[in-house]
Design a protein around this ligand. Sequence first.
Ligand code: HEM
Length: 181
Amino acid sequence: MKWVLLLTIFLGTSTAIWAHEEHEVPSSTPQTSEVSPTAESSSPSESPTLWETLLSHPHNKVVHFPIALGLFAFLLFVLALRWPDFQISAEVLVLFGFLASVVALILGELQKSAFVGTEQESLMLTHERFGWATAIGFFVWLILMRWKPTRNWAWLVGLGIALLVSLTGFFGGQLAHTIGS
Ligand code: HEM
């Protein structure tokens, strides 16, 4: 069943990369005195270099990983109820989902200052709380799926995380794509 493991990991991670639809990043960040340090090097008339594009707004780029990994892990846990061979793939995806959510959390905290003191601050705080709950939820999922007494219920915990990560992503999308409120 090695190929099933490899295929599911590939699909789970690659959807995260393909999922990002390009959008005008500078317009999503409120116009405050604080601008992303990486965006400062190019004047408005110049187009940003490839490196500036890659390095600016890192949170927006990384967030697709916990979302895709969490949703895909839940799907595999459901499939594992019928085909137990999927269990190991699901567990690997939860581990990577947890790690990705910690990275998203750190990068989100570093990007939040652009929204402090703006009309979107309360939306940002709501998104932040959901983000923390998602990362903690992944950790709980990780523990419960390895603990024998709760192992069989891991799919139910996964349902909760799938909802949580979707709501976090929804609020994040609102934050990045709604100007003013
Ligand atoms: C697992 C946790 C998290 C997930 C899944 C997540 C998800 C997202 C998503 C999907 C977006 C929209 C990105 C886009 O459309 O380009 C976003 C934006 C954002 N998130 Fe998060 N987020 C998480 C944690 C956090 C935390 C803890 C903070 C801290 C305050 C945070 C702050 C932000 C900010 C400031 C933006 C707007 C960035 C911008 O466009 O300038 N996020 N997030």
